[in-house]
Design a protein around this ligand. Sequence first.
Ligand SMILES: *Cc1c(COP(=O)(O)O)cnc(C)c1O
Length: 394
Amino acid sequence: MSFYPPKRTLMGPGPSDVNPRISLALARPTIGHLDPEFIRLMDEIKALLQYAFKTKNLLTLPISAPGSAGMEACFVNLIEAGDTVIVCQNGVFGGRMKENVERAGGTAVMVNDAWGQAIDLDKLDAAIKANPDAKAIAFVHAETSTGVRSDAQAICKLAQDNDMLSIMDTVTGLAGIEVDVDGWGADAVYSGTQKCLSCVPGISPVTFSERAQSVITNRQLPVQSWFLDMNLIMGYWGEGRQRAYHHTAPVNALYALHEALTILREEGLEQSWARHLRNHEALKAGLTGLGLSLLVDEACRLPQLNAVGVPKGVDEAAVRQRLLQQSNLEIGAGLGELAGKVWRIGLMGYASNETNVRLCIHALESALLAQNVPLNPGEGIARVDAAYASSDGA
Ligand SMILES: *Cc1c(COP(=O)(O)O)cnc(C)c1O
């Protein structure tokens, strides 16, 4: 029997709702991965990714595997046995970076910040001074486990000023908030398709600066991962060279990525960031109307991922279950230290829209009332209305 998934609205930490235009692109006929028309598509995808990342880096391409593979590609290509890497951790994903450094034979010097806080630049600076020979600084731009944005520009500058490479995770950042790879001088950057690009999961866009590329081509030993070795991948994706078979590209998934990037280009990067912010403001207003509060300070809050405190006495899993069963609405649970303490409400990509904000506030109100949480019925939606009315006027 064929599998038919339920129709959900995805407002969790990813995947996000896929734009129907992207689903249609996915269904187009499969062609060969060395077909001249496919090569043309690959070139367009590279150019569109350069637009999305704001970079001229030649080594900009999609890795044929999810965001975690983009992360691993950055570490296995740049880090060799004996290297020291300063790793900033303020949530789940920094912990995975540490794993990656250590499995590549390196030493991770950890700079830890509380979950829900941005990376502390003074602490990072102190770690740099204490480890002047470190090869790289790795950090998460948009921490999906907490909803925190760190100051990527300042961190990349610290790396540059100290002659270290910067490795940036912007899986959740890309298309949702400003990412400026060249302007910030970031060296190795990876993202994902299923967050603010609203594409199907399973692809990881990456980009490497010239400096990073020369580190990769001048390694002492070959990259330990055959599949993720950028020296080999360049042979398939590379500029102006005969394209050689490396692996069979996920042809249809790349149609989908091309469509997602085309949609981003049509809307415009700045417009996409502004839309994410506008819907976040309305969601925040609605949550406040329900008596709920956000975990993260406004100064470093991600508009596309909202960590919302679970009120005392509320069964947070029952709320999520009710949203899913009654409204086909998925929101996320807390991860790690924040498990049981927060819900994570995503407003990513195609899912960042007015209809979803209203759906979420209505459904949450009813779920909270069902648990006898004292609130003023209708206040949440009234505040959503007011927020949209004021941003329409702006
Ligand atoms: C989702 C996510 C990843 C991992 O991406 P996958 O596609 O799930 O492998 C890495 N880093 C951050 C910050 C993420 O949000």
